[in-house]
Design a binder for this molecule. Structure first.
Ligand SMILES: *Cc1c(COP(=O)(O)O)cnc(C)c1O
Length: 376
């Protein structure tokens, strides 16, 4: 990430939007459900250094991470509460995670043995969440439908070096029926696993992400793992969540080219009118994937302008023929609001052909970040 004041593009993080989203989601969940705020991938590109102090101020007591870099950044931001890893970790990560007091995500029988061996070698009991394949994600987790599945779960629960504090699962689809079915299976399977255990050794049950927690209340169980919603990338709660990221650049140059000429690499686009084309000084090296060639849009003077050429390494062209006052130096918004217009996560998903997070996580990590305190 560059931090220079003369950067060709930058990411603005609206801190008030994140605080608003935490408060809004908390109000939906009520007080009985624990709120795990997920900040993997440097807070989905929003910056752990910016986001975690806001979470602390809002009273968040449990944070979800993926890498140890995430975990160390969360600790460095002053968080002393519980940290949960939201995927299975490799040996070295688990070993180093002990120093950061990370609760591990156990992703299978063999993986449980690895966690146990590292804990034994260190002489500490490691707190962990045991993943079940109840939702049929088929990624990690023990499948109770398999022969020996129940015995395998019992063995992990009995392991002296692993302190199982959670039973967890993860949904494959953002679909109400799929989540409802997976929730019912998770409920049945975890009841079976926990039957006969005394109440003192309480194990939290959790499977919900933002979509599940906010659309299928039964999926909440004891705690929910909220990522996308924190950053406002969710249409749940009646659209009340506010996107926190804006990606901004400035027009570098404008040229007029005649109808019939081609523009950009591979003669990608042929102009069907005399066109004013603006050079935006960002490209795929900055996370503007070539999938956006000819499909994405940006905002100039509060109006939408289409990306017309093939995205190059460090520049691309937008057609500003219909925005006659556009000039070099004008602010260009690639993601987020400008005036009355917005490039939303849904817009990016449509242009890119993948979820918006696939791109904005990279934008946030590749471009300099600037916090903005005021909402808008
Ligand atoms: C990323 C992640 C979450 C958060 O999901 P969102 O849809 O962003 O709320 C929850 N659980 C796991 C296991 C994850 O990997």
């Amino acid at each position: 990430m560059t931090t220079s004041a003369s950067a060709a593009g930058w990411v603005e993080i609206d801190e008030s939007a994140i605080a608003h989203n935490v408060v809004t989601i908390r109000a939906e969940l009520g007080e009985k459900v624990e709120f795990c705020a997920v900040v993997k991938a440097d807070a989905y590109g929003h910056g752990i250094d910016l986001v975690v102090p806001l979470l602390i101020a809002e009273g968040i007591a449990l944070i979800g991470v993926a890498s140890n870099d995430d975990a160390a950044a969360v600790r460095a931001a002053g968080f002393s509460g519980r940290l949960m890893r939201v995927r299975p970790a490799g040996r070295d990560e688990i070993d180093d995670g002990i120093r950061l007091d990370v609760e591990e995500w156990i992703g299978g029988v063999e993986h449980a043995r690895i966690v146990s061996a590292i804990a034994a070698a260190r002489g500490v009991r490691v707190r962990a969440h045991l993943s079940l394949n109840s939702t049929r994600l088929g990624r990690d987790g023990i499948d109770l439908g398999e022969d020996g599945g129940a015995d395998a779960v019992a063995a992990v629960l009995a392991d002296p070096w692993v302190d199982v504090v959670g039973l967890c699962a993860h949904f494959p689809c953002e679909d109400v029926t799929d989540v409802t079915d997976g929730t019912a299976r998770f409920d049945d399977e975890t009841r079976e696993v926990l039957a006969g255990r005394h109440a003192g050794a309480r194990i939290a049950r959790h499977c919900a992400t933002t979509f599940a927690a906010l659309t299928v209340p039964e999926s909440r169980f004891d705690l929910v793992r909220i990522g996308a919603g924190l950053y406002g990338d969710s249409d749940t709660v009646g659209g009340a969540l506010r996107p926190a990221m804006r990606v901004v650049s400035r027009i570098a140059a404008i040229n007029v080219y005649p109808a019939g000429s081609t523009v950009g690499y591979d003669r990608w686009h042929r102009l069907d009118h005399d066109a004013r084309l603006a050079v935006i000084p960002l490209g795929y090296a900055d996370g503007f994937h070539r999938s956006l060639s000819g499909t994405g849009e940006v905002l100039v003077r509060g109006r939408r302008a289409p990306i017309v050429d093939r995205i190059a390494m460090n520049s691309f062209l937008v057609d500003v023929s219909s925005i006659p006052r556009a000039a070099p130096g004008d602010e260009v918004v690639l993601f987020g609001r400008q005036g009355d217009e917005v490039i939303s996560p849904a817009d990016v998903a449509r242009s890119h052909g993948q979820i918006a997070a696939d791109l904005y996580v990279a934008w946030g990590r590749l471009l300099p970040r600037r916090p903005v305190a005021a909402g808008g």
